[in-house]
Design a protein around this ligand. Sequence first.
Ligand SMILES: Nc1ncnc2c1ncn2[C@@H]1O[C@H](COP(=O)(O)OP(=O)(O)OP(=O)(O)O)[C@@H](O)[C@H]1O
Ligand SMILES: [Mg+2]
Length: 598
Amino acid sequence: MKNKKKQMKKNLKKNLEKNPKIEEQNKKRSGNKKESLEIKKLAEKDDKGNKFQTFTDKVKFSKSPIENSNTLNKKSNPNNKNKYVNKIIFKNKNKITNKTLINEDKQVIDKYELEVDDVNVIVKIELSEIGKTYNLLLPQVGFGTSALLEQLRKELISTTTIGAVEIAELKLINKIKKEFSQKASELLSEKVPDISQDSKKFLTGMLLQDMLGLGQIEFLIADPYLEELVIANSKEPVRVYHKKYGWLQTNVMIKREEDILNYSNIIARRVGRQVNILSPLLDAHMVTGDRANAVLYPISTKGNTITIRKFSRDPWTIVDLIINNTVSIDIVTLLWLAVEFEMNILISGGTASGKTVFLNSLMPFIPPNQRVISIEDTRELMLPEFLYWCPLATRTANPEGKGEVSMLDLLVNSLRMRPDRIVLGEMRRQKEAEVLFEAMHTGHSVYATVHADTASETISRLTHPPLSVPPSMLKIVNLNVVMFRDRRKGSRRVFQVAEFIAGNDKVSPNILFRFSPERDKIIGHNESLVFLEELGRHTAMSRFEIEKDMQYKKSILQWLIKNKLRSFEQLGRVMNLYYTNPDELSRIIKKNDVSKIL
Ligand SMILES: Nc1ncnc2c1ncn2[C@@H]1O[C@H](COP(=O)(O)OP(=O)(O)OP(=O)(O)O)[C@@H](O)[C@H]1O
Ligand SMILES: [Mg+2]
């Protein structure tokens, strides 16, 4: 027995020496005392009762000071405490605890730490011969620990019913996770009585992700900088779309096709669907808000594929968009006024020009106590909590061609739900356009996106097939915001803000603001001919009153920008106060009492 123990120790040592990641960490350790590799020995018995040695190798990562403040912009700083983040992501902590720009190592462009279910990992963005890559550094688990985990996994499967549960609610998942953690923790204490609290947490976290989640993919899902992840097949590494670095190849590989199939099944089961050889396509909206799409082999000819488009945990807000020059404060003031007084707004733009982001950023301007119904193919919109919001999403038909719920179905149905405001993801077909314009004409306030590059093109798109809206109906659109993506710089800008001057058979745009590419600035263009007049009619406000109101709104926006009150929640709080307790908001602004909003 002693010999066996010795041999295992030797093997482990060899393993550690051979492992380049461990080597690198060991090297760093000698240079940086704060970074330490803690290897804990745990005595354990295997299935047959033979005693063997297991090791928990827990890497403690450096908490070194941030040497160079990272350039990731404020908006996407996941340190911002966001209620939505905590709500949507795992119930446990899920945060970036340290973010460092490594200067001494030219290969590493960026580095940050994530903590998911008590497991810490490091993400390194590196520059290699294949371009920028995304490297997930997991704490190393020795072979002994792996054996222990495997054994626990088997025991947990037999003692819990989790595998068979259909988990459709985030609350339920969190409850199950809690129960599972408790069970795993008890089992660990039983097996390894002298286990430290830290090791126990870590091992439980690893088990949790393996058994209830998608293994290493969970870390990628938890990384707030990632927007999209693609598992192409078992032979290619997982690729991710990073907010700052674009598409990156990762060092994560799902080694077996069965595992990808298994992940697809986990996702499908949680939304009450199936994915198998007979129905090899899955489009599922996960409880976290993320959208998963799976295509199985041989339909996806290179192997089973999963694409996950992540739901933004920290959405862009209007303050972010003013700060990053997407829009000017004057335009926002005008749009705020339009949203407050129930005017109709269309957002146009090309693919990925930022239409949905912009539409979403206007939502907090909706006054409370108004029933808002949103209709989308994919749930992307996120409204502040104070709003009375009912989000609807379409559904595709099942393999037998049944169960489809189309955008038109939802649109028609929404009108029976007594909405005050209707938000439509994208207007694509004639019937949808018909119902939407009908809704505007019957006094609902509508916000929708259209695929068009300019205000003139928006008019042309609307009045020609397939939308074919009669020109005279376009009067009802109060403002058209056109978004633009600079493909060279990757930036998004408001390209035009226009009102429509509609005759009986001809509509022309009156451009109120336009983007000047030479100055990278949005400038005023024409005076309003119809919008302000219409607004006056709706609100009985004189031009002077409108001007005064706009000045006040502008001062609030300036105060928000000055105090960096940018998060979705903070904005929600300010807007709620603006509508429900304006005196209190005035007082807060006058006294600069930012703490009331934080
Ligand atoms: N103003 C902005 N500044 C920087 N990035 C932005 C901005 N608006 C959008 N983005 C980024 O661009 C991506 C696409 O944005 P969005 O989904 O709003 O575009 P879209 O026009 O609605 O696209 P689609 O044509 O697919 O509907 C998002 O992932 C977002 O992070
Ligand atoms: Mg969109």
